[in-house]
Design a protein around this ligand. Sequence first.
Ligand SMILES: Cc1cc2nc3c(=O)[nH]c(=O)nc-3n(C[C@H](O)[C@H](O)[C@H](O)COP(=O)(O)OP(=O)(O)OC[C@H]3O[C@@H](n4cnc5c(N)ncnc54)[C@H](O)[C@@H]3O)c2cc1C
Length: 476
Amino acid sequence: MNVVIVGYGMAGSRLAAELHARDGDLKVVVLGAEPHRAYNRIMLSTLLAGKVAEPDVELAEVAGQGVDVRTGVQVTAIDRDARVVHTDDGDRIPYDHLVLATGSRAIVPPLPGLDPADLPERVVPFRTLDDCRRILAAAEGARSALVLGGGLLGLEAARGLAARGLDVGVVHPVPYLMERQLDPTGAAVLASTLAGLGVTTHLAVAATGVAADADGVRLDLADGRSLAADLLVISCGVRPDTALAAAAGLDVDRGVVVDDQLRTGDPRISAIGDCAQHDGTLTGLVAPAWAQARVLAQALTGEDPAARYRPRPVVTRLKAAGIDLAAMGDPADGPGEELTFADPARGTYARLRIHEERLTAAILLGDNPSVGTVVQLFDRGAPVPADRRALLLGRALGGTASAPAESPALMPDAATVCQCNDVRKGALVACWRAGARTVDEVVATTRAATGCGGCRDAVAGIVDWLSEADSVGATR
Ligand SMILES: Cc1cc2nc3c(=O)[nH]c(=O)nc-3n(C[C@H](O)[C@H](O)[C@H](O)COP(=O)(O)OP(=O)(O)OC[C@H]3O[C@@H](n4cnc5c(N)ncnc54)[C@H](O)[C@@H]3O)c2cc1C
């Protein structure tokens, strides 16, 4: 069988690797419009902040291992009758099965002075490695920056630029930041934490126009103000890249509509990742994209023809130095009891929703040692401890340390350590038992910590615990 994958991003590259790992004889062609080898898009925020370098964000290359990867090649049309795709370099590539992994594009709002097809040099969206390079080039020698959009990515960009010493202003049309994940009180605490880190927020005000030249950028606001800066980063959300699918007559709603097996209405065409819409939902995150890649590989190689994609609860974490923020579910909505704790002076806010002894939503902002436990309880739908204060405050009254499940020894094997790759503690222990002895070896085998990297300390903690337990002969 000949599988053609359109898109060499996070989903397309993972699918190629999953297919190759299961069937080395399968012919796989990956066509990627970007000129680079696949990279870890979610690490672009960390790259912008200067915490990693470009080589650190490259993803493991599958080219040359039976997988034909062609970069800088855009697929321009799908001929479903002939079962070929056409590319912008004039090629026609046949397929037995076609997978759309075309991702999303950054939305550039229709503002006077902004032509999405011809953006000024100092006005940059934040989606691709080239965008990141352009932002970094514009930030070189700059003193100030504006970010349009106070959602997760806008704030990560703002924090990264502030860490480079720029005065940063964030303009957000909604009355509070990150409205999809936070509530007004939590967002106010976040805004004050950001202010202390050099990021000013301008809330509840829309942008009305942009003027940019070689010297700088001016952003006009609906309240009559004009803000000036050396560069403007646009972070106004993303839109799934569905043009190819729509032109081919596939069912497209907000994304390319797929079933539990990631199939479109054409049994020879599937879609995964940001461009796919499953059960009415767009995911926009890497964990579901990688889970979908695994399910599709199982089905296409015959390893598990009945494999089905089942969405899992989503946990959002802000990747910004000096700000610890985890959000899950919708704490403002739903039945059950609600617990809140706010200490704005210390930048701490916590809100939990508990229904029938299960955690259904949470916001944890600032230093809270229970964050790992809270994420696990939410992820597994496990019963919460009788003393909820341990979760809310990070410690029980009486001053004892964080909730007990933080210790690797007491963590159940089913606890998810790496959310991006869905790696459980049990898999890490099994990897150790199979002979891996360092964090790098465990990471290479299980893929834990290869997504956002936020669980690397937890993985290291488990490896340390296993090592110590072994040295006293206590491993099971
Ligand atoms: C700065 C940043 C930080 C993020 N942080 C997080 C995070 O912390 N956690 C998280 O879960 N998610 C995060 N995300 C979102 C995450 O990156 C996406 O969910 C993920 O990249 C989706 O993978 P994908 O392969 O579907 O799309 P993409 O990674 O966008 O890849 C799609 C690829 O397809 C190519 N393509 C499109 N059309 C064609 C065509 N016609 N022919 C050939 N190639 C084509 C595109 O050029 C692109 O390279 C972040 C995103 C950004 C930009």
